[in-house]
Structure formats: C-alpha cells, structure tokens
Write a protein that binds this ligand. Structure first.
Ligand code: HEM
Length: 358
C-alpha cells in the first residue's frame, strides 16, 4: 500500500463563507423553529426541531486509547483518559412518527468533564459532543441546498401520517432494489426509505469535518463488540416503536455489553477531502479511519418512564466542544445558530430549562 500523504495542517484559511451565508442561516432558523412550533402546537409538547423521536438514553464510559501516534494525539485524544458519557439514539424527522416510517438512524454522544480550552460560541463548559448519522455523506453540499430540502420537509410536518407510512414502505423497496445493484440514495432514505435495520448494528459518521488539534478530521462510531456486530443488517419487525423496543430488549439482557470504536479520518488533501462540501465522501484509500477511543455501554433500562423529561433537559450539539475540535464548514457554522434556536424554543415552550449534566 502506498504511504499516506501527511495530514493537512489546520488554519482559519481552510474555511470559506459565501456572501449570502448569514441570510441562508437566518432562513434555516425560521424553517426549523417553524417546524418545531407546528409539532408543539399539535402535540402540546415541544421536541427537538429535528431528531425529535428518541429511541434510547444511555449511560456509558468513554476511554481514549493508549499509545496513539503523535499524529492522532490531539485535543481530547492528547492523553489517555476515561470519561462518563451519555448517548441518545434518535431519528431525524421533527415529528414523533411511528417507526413504520423508516428514516435514518442517529447516535449523539456527550463525553462529560473533558478538560481543556473551550471553542468560542459554545454554551457548555465541559462536554465534548459527537453527533452522527448512519451514512458517510450529507444529502447536499451545503446550506443552500439543505434549505431547499428543509422547506419541502417543513411543508409536510404533521400532515399525511398515513401517506408517509405507505410511501415509506414503497421507498424501502426502491432503496433495497437500488442497494442490490450497488447504489444508495440519501434522499430516498430521508423520506422513509431507510432499511428497517437494528440501530445498534449501524456505523455512524459526522459527515462534516472538525478541527483535530493541528489537523482536520471527520469522525465515525463503529460497532466492535460481538453482540453489536451480530446486529449489523439485522431486520426489525415493522412496529410503531420498533427501535425503542429492540434497543431496550438488548440492554435488558443481564451482562449485555455494547462497545463502539471512535475512529478519525484525517484530511490529507483539501481538494479530494473538501471542508465546505459535505456531500463528498472522503476517500478511505487516501485516508483510512483510525481508532482513537472506545465507548462502553452495559446492561441498563434504555428508555425509562421519565426518559422524555430527561431528554428535554439535555442538549447534544457539535459546538459543545473543545477549541481543539472546533466544528468546521458552512453546515457546522449554521448548526451553531439553528440548533441554539431549537433549544431555546423547546425549553421555553415546555418551561423546562436545559442543563449541562454534571
Ligand atoms: C445545517 C445543517 C444542520 C442543521 C441546521 C441541523 C439542525 C438540527 C437541529 C435544530 C437539531 C435539534 C437541536 C435541539 O433542539 O437540541 C438537530 C439535532 C441533531 N442533529 Fe442536526 N442539523 C444539521 C446537520 C447535521 C449533521 C451533519 C448531522 C450528523 C451527521 C446532524 C445530526 C444531528 C443529531 C444526531 C441530532 C440529535 C441530537 C440529540 O440527540 O439531541 N445534524 N440538528
């Protein structure tokens, strides 16, 4: 195998904002808080503007691997260490849709009590969060295209639940046919065509880049314990809360062990691994994902009676970060503002302040 190129050095010059970026972000705020408002009025409770339906809230331990190479020893990963962590599994829509509408799977992890200088513009003091979904690239290159699809999605919020279930079944068939010939469509999956697979067997990706100390990286959670690996591609029955029930059944087993590896993919070529175009999958032959940590979650109640109020009090966000892991690119810059607006809306509507867990 040819030697890898050296990792690209991080500098502020790797980011480039379009002239209309602030206007697009302001429109995204309107669209997302608008969706959250429609759902809140319909259901009497405000949820996250997207990723509203939680499937599990878990406690675990995160360990930075010993003996990392100098290239990988940066930020949170500069020294070996172990931290408490919280995990929330969710699905992207704004509504509490039945899981028969099968949309992508997401995993948000909050690593607690992380020492070090904080990123500017974040509002938590000690957590390092990683938010990922189960695909390697974002649906659109950047926020302009994302605004167009978000507007279409907003128009269907809390409408046509029966149509969405029927459409989802059709799209799952179409997606399966596409995968059979080696393809995949992020759009079909987002609209309900996601294969109905167990979320604990999935591999998750940040899709967008972050500062990695002196360098730049994307991150991924990969299932590594045998019981998780056995769930990769495992079909779930089609039921309204099938994901919540499947995860609960896994963690209810005495001695259940779930372990994910945190891997980083360093940027080694700014053209082939762009910062501002999140629709490009960074080629693994130019930069393989390398392990830097492990997350261990053991047997527990994954969705307790008070899970809904617990998730209302929590916020996972990429800007809950060390300065060494500053979120990069236009989608991340937009998330800082749009996600804060979503948090503000749901905590005000529900009269439930959001706390950084201690
Ligand atoms: C411009 C792009 C994006 C926007 C505007 C956006 C917006 C949002 C908003 C408003 C929330 C709810 C926040 C809250 O109330 O706490 C959210 C949650 C979430 N987002 Fe995004 N997002 C974007 C891109 C992404 C990307 C690239 C990923 C990962 C690949 C992602 C993964 C997640 C996850 C996992 C959650 C749920 C967090 C939780 O469990 O609390 N988002 N997003």
């Amino acid at each position: 195998m040819p030697a890898l190129l050296p990792a690209v050095a991080y500098s502020v010059n790797v980011e480039h904002a379009d002239a209309d970026e602030q206007a697009t972000i302001a429109e995204l705020v309107k669209v997302f808080t608008g969706m959250a408002q429609v759902v809140a009025e319909h259901e009497g409770r405000a949820h996250r503007a997207v990723h509203a339906k939680g499937h599990a809230l878990l406690r675990g331990r995160f360990r930075v691997l010993d003996g990392l190479s100098p290239e990988l020893s940066h930020g949170l990963f500069a020294a070996p260490g172990e931290y408490d962590a919280l995990v929330r599994l969710s699905s992207p829509p704004a509504e509490q849709l039945p899981d028969t509408v099968s949309t992508p799977r997401a995993m948000a992890v909050k690593i607690l009590h992380v020492p070090g200088a904080r990123v500017e513009g974040g509002d938590e003091q000690h957590s390092q969060d990683f938010l990922m979904v189960n695909g390697p690239a974002f649906n659109t290159p950047g926020i302009s295209g994302f605004l167009r699809s978000a507007k279409l999605l907003a128009a269907t919020t809390e409408r046509m639940p029966r149509t969405k279930q029927l459409l989802s079944a059709t799209l799952r068939g179409t997606e399966a046919a596409l995968e059979a010939v080696g393809g995949q469509s992020g759009t079909l999956k987002a609209l309900g065509g996601e294969p109905q697979h167990h979320p604990l067997g999935e591999t998750f990706f940040t899709q967008v880049p972050f500062r990695y100390g002196a360098y730049i990286a994307k991150f991924s959670w990969v299932p590594v314990s045998p019981a998780l690996k056995a769930l990769t591609g495992e079909p779930l029955e089609s039921a309204p809360d099938t994901q919540r029930e499947a995860v609960a059944a896994f963690f209810a087993q005495p001695g259940a062990v779930a372990e994910w590896e945190l891997r980083v993919q360093l940027c080694r070529d700014l053209e082939k691994m762009p910062i501002e175009d999140a629709s490009v999958v960074w080629p693994e032959e130019l930069s393989p994902y390398l392990p830097v940590g492990r997350l261990l979650v053991e047997a527990q109640a994954s969705w307790s009676a008070d899970a809904e109020s617990s998730e209302d009090q929590l916020a996972f966000a990429p800007w809950h970060a060390l300065a060494a892991h500053r979120p990069l690119g236009n989608l991340n810059r937009a998330r800082r503002v749009v996600m804060a607006a979503s948090r503000e809306f749901r905590s005000t509507f529900n009269r439930c302040p959001i706390h950084e867990p201690t």
